[in-house]
Design a binder for this molecule. Structure first.
Ligand code: OOB
Length: 543
């Protein structure tokens, strides 16, 4: 196992192998087998690009050899920040084949986050597009310290992906399936994002089991509308589950109905996954569309709570089944099943993938609550990590002594065994599926010379579910001429963080409410914004 990753205890690993969950197969081998079985089937469609399984397989081999030639070695970490382009899959499988470890960053990440990933993972390379969504990633690459930069597109002074894809493929030894295959990012609750090491054995199990639960066959067509780097569209069953089934992945450049509906019609898409705010946009756009959406069988919705009211509208409006997906990059994924009764699919967030997933619902002292009562969700199982990468101190708090992951989610379990997400205990904002660690944004605000203290909380929002509000106490010297909210936001942007982390509202405060033990009471702060939101518009400070 990669140093810095936390292995499962040997007896648990032995159990997962004996039960057949861990099959000792790598992602590289999986693609090889599917390509041998269906060489001429379409593996991926993205813009004008269409690759068969044979082509994707060969391209992955050639690129693996090219990356090896420039010095990328087995177990090296490589930060991959690519949007929904076919090269994403080529790069991912090239690294899997090489035994190097992609660290999947989101296209929205900026210099501070990327710099941190490169450094924390001690990355050997950084893979980017040239431009995407009006942003030049080469300028970002110049700002961070990357040992080597590989560009899909115009490389300028960097290494072009096409140059690495030019030589002959080399026969590389298949990596150890028990070793780390990739790293996902945690939504996070702390000042720095956490890296989630997932092994071939554990991730491939969750991916293949997900494809089965969703009924994928070689005739399925999965539309990847969300950023493919995120765990949901990557693995639940996502693009990897689709490939494991020998089906077709269609990558949409953006998730809007304008881009997605024509693709659904043209490619006869059968399944896709969205976060709740996008599902609402699709529900609003579908009745008036001229596009034929009749091929769609399943709309998955996950990443944040999807209301029962909205879930109930999916079949009447889109003519397909809704599937709720409650998952986390750390592992556990829950699905409602296609043959569940309608009320289960509409009102619950589903049940775990695996019979070996252990789920506990506990009180503040880690005691099991009564059946059906609400409590903290703890989980452990064949595809849930036992620790973040290189984070021993954080791991001591994020996992119980016996290896359960503390999800930070507040849930209840129905008599039928389905989970209903009732809330969250972790200090995180879920902005329409995009996770924001309050502490991370607070630390950036504290770096401003006028800021004495900062507390970031969630504010309910009809569209996104939640938005962020930053409460700020100014230093006495700054109170005469307080900085405007727009100035503080620009300051945060200048710190090089993803745009979705910039607070939607900034409210100046004289003091923060405290809890009994003297911590800032975020519950009271949330109540304060809620009161303000329901009051008739009073002049807000600052604007
Ligand atoms: C997915 O993964 P992450 O790592 O971005 O976020 C995980 C957290 C969960 O702990 C929970 O707080 C929230 O996102 N969440 C949901 C939810 N799905 C995720 N909360 C309520 N209802 C849901 N359906 O978000 C993710 C990973 C794999 C599949 C799907 C989502």
């Amino acid at each position: 196992m990669l140093p810095g990753a936390v292995p499962w205890p040997p007896e648990a690993a032995a159990r997962y192998r004996a039960a057949g969950y861990w099959q000792g197969r790598t992602f590289g081998a999986m693609l090889r087998e599917v390509a041998a079985a269906h060489p001429a089937r379409t593996a991926v469609v993205a813009g004008e690009t269409r690759w068969t399984y044979a082509e994707l397989d060969e391209r992955a081999d050639r690129l693996a050899a090219g990356l090896r030639r420039i010095g990328v070695a087995p177990r090296d970490r490589v930060v991959v920040q690519l949007p929904n382009v076919a090269e994403f899959l080529q790069v991912a499988f090239a690294l899997f084949r090489l035994g190097a470890i992609p660290v999947f960053a989101l296209p929205a990440h900026r210099a501070t986050e990327i710099g941190y990933f490169l450094e924390h993972a001690d990355a050997a390379a950084y893979v980017i597009p040239d431009r995407h969504a009006n942003f030049d990633y080469r300028t970002l690459a110049r700002e961070v310290k990357a040992r080597r930069v590989v560009v899909a597109g115009e490389a300028e002074e960097f290494t072009a992906l096409t140059d690495l894809d030019a030589g002959a493929p080399a026969a590389l030894p298949d990596p150890d399936p028990a070793d780390v295959a990739l790293m996902q990012l945690s939504g996070g609750t702390t000042g720095t994002p956490k890296l989630i090491p997932r092994t071939h054995d554990d991730y491939l199990y969750s991916v293949v089991a997900s494809a089965e639960i969703c009924g994928l066959t070689p005739d399925s067509v999965y539309l990847c509308a969300l950023p493919v780097a995120h765990n949901f569209p990557m693995s639940s069953p996502g693009v990897l589950g689709t490939l494991s089934a020998g089906a077709t992945v269609v990558l949409a450049p953006v998730p809007s109905p304008d881009a997605a509906f024509p693709l659904i019609e043209r490619e006869r898409v059968t399944i896709t996954g969205l976060v709740p705010p996008l599902a609402l946009v699709w529900l609003a756009a579908a009745p008036a569309t001229a596009h034929d959406l009749s091929s769609l069988r399943i709309l998955q919705v996950g990443g944040a709570k999807f209301s029962a009211e909205a879930a109930a509208r999916v079949r009447p409006v889109l003519g397909c089944d809704v599937q709720q997906v409650f998952g986390m990059a750390e592992g556990l994924v829950n699905y409602t099943r296609p043959n569940d009764p309608e009320d289960v699919r509409v009102t619950t967030q589903g049940r775990p993938i695996s019979p070996a997933d252990e789920v506990r619902v506990v009180d503040d002292a880690d005691r099991d609550v009564a059946p059906g009562a609400t409590g903290h969700l703890l989980t452990r199982g064949p595809y849930t990590i036992r620790g973040y990468y290189r984070a021993p101190e954080h791991n001591a708090a994020a996992f119980t002594a016996d290896g359960f992951y503390r999800t930070g989610d507040v849930v209840r379990r129905t008599a039928g065994g389905n989970l209903v997400v009732e809330g969250r205990a972790k200090d995180q904002i879920n902005r329409g599926g995009e996770k924001i660690a309050a502490e991370e944004v607070e630390n950036h605000l504290l770096a401003h010379p006028a800021v004495h203290d900062a507390a970031v909380v969630a504010v309910p929002d009809p569209m996104l579910g939640e938005r962020t509000c930053a409460f700020v106490i100014l230093r006495p010297a700054a109170r005469e001429d307080p900085p405007k909210a727009a100035h503080l936001r620009a300051f945060l942007r200048g710190r090089g963080i993803a745009d979705y982390k910039i607070p939607d509202r900034v409210v100046l405060a004289d003091a923060f409410p405290h809890t009994g033990v003297g911590k800032v009471s975020k519950r009271d702060l949330r109540a304060a914004v809620a009161r303000e939101l329901t009051r008739p518009a009073a002049p807000e400070r600052p604007s």
